[in-house]
Design a protein around this ligand. Structure first.
Ligand code: DQA
Length: 152
């Protein structure tokens, strides 16, 4: 059984659809999950889509991903800009990671311009709404395939 990609979502993303729709749009997190899953299945990949408002729970899921996932897509919400604990967990995880944000961080307040996650991610996708999760699945699929063929 191939391992899934963990798609991890941080605080307040459970409110998508009703939270600041002018910034984050009208899609709910369930809509984003369905869209991401549909994209993954066209590429023959499984995803495990989760959300938590708690930093420690996100850290535990990243630790779990070390053994149980092929890669991580993470939208850590506000913890992106504050969490050394999430950075350390990603450093230890030893699986490829793509950082996603619905909004364009660089068109927003200055405190959103810094991410603790970007230095350890393959890349950062922001500003494309839920479509960014699809782009992240594609990017990760290519990286996983490249790593697998390099290992043969
Ligand atoms: C976000 C951007 C963060 O700055 C913010 O705290 C969020 C959502 C995004 O997806 O655009 O909660 O990660």
């Amino acid at each position: 059984m191939p391992k899934p990609i963990y798609v991890l979502n941080g605080p307040n993303l459970n409110l998508l659809g009703s939270r600041e729709p002018e910034v984050y749009g009208h899609a709910t997190l369930n809509d984003v999950a369905a869209q991401t899953e549909a994209k993954a299945s066209t590429l023959g990949l499984e995803i495990e889509f989760r959300q938590s408002n708690r930093e420690g729970e996100l850290v535990e899921w990243i630790q779990e991903a070390r053994d149980s996932a092929n890669g991580i897509i993470i939208n850590a919400g506000a913890y992106t800009h504050t969490s050394v604990a999430i950075l350390d967990a990603l450093l230890a995880a030893d699986v490829p990671c793509v950082e996603v944000h619905l909004s364009n961080l660089f068109a927003r307040e200055e405190f959103r311009h810094h991410s603790y996650i970007s230095p350890v991610a393959i890349g950062l996708i922001c500003g494309f709404g839920p479509k960014g999760y699809e782009f992240a699945v594609e990017a990760l699929a290519e990286r996983i395939a490249a790593d697998e063929s390099a290992a043969q």
